[in-house]
Design a protein around this ligand. Structure first.
Ligand code: SF4
Length: 133
């Protein structure tokens, strides 16, 4: 497959759900599917960086937002592209309410577990998108 899967977490600074989205994407891109997944900094897309815009234009895109604001998805859409799949940490949390992050700087064991569950879900989605080609 020529195309990569670009997975973009929101920037969610100061929010535990945003931190969970980033941790899940790092785990996906570095450990679970390093050969298929790439990520980039959302801020580069927000400043119209040509390389980042080409990345989302030429590849399959998944966004991972912390909350309903959907900042990562909206920033991709602002470039004129539609995302192939959009995930929100808040929706995963609703299915695992026992896994409440302790704080932003230190997610703690529950928050870390939630990030791992999200990373595994993303891995399944990546595999599915790869199969579809
Ligand atoms: S989607 Fe929510 S958590 Fe993420 S950057 Fe936007 S407001 Fe923050």
């Amino acid at each position: 497959m020529g195309k990569k899967i670009v997975v973009l977490p929101c920037s969610g600074i100061g929010k535990a759900f945003g931190e969970i989205s980033r941790q899940a994407v790092y785990s996906l891109a570095e450990d679970l599917r390093p050969e298929d997944v790439i990520t980039t900094c959302l801020a580069r897309l927000m400043i119209d960086d040509p390389e980042s815009k080409a990345l989302v234009k030429d590849n399959i895109v998944i966004t991972v937002d912390g909350c309903a604001q959907g900042c990562a998805r909206k920033n991709v859409e602002a470039t004129g592209q539609q995302v192939d799949h959009a995930v929100r940490v808040i929706d995963i949390f609703k299915q695992h309410k026992d896994l409440k992050a302790q704080g932003v700087l230190e997610l703690g064991e529950p928050g870390f577990k939630l990030a791992q569950i999200l990373a595994e879900n993303l891995k399944d989605e990546v595999d599915c998108l790869i199969k579809k080609g």
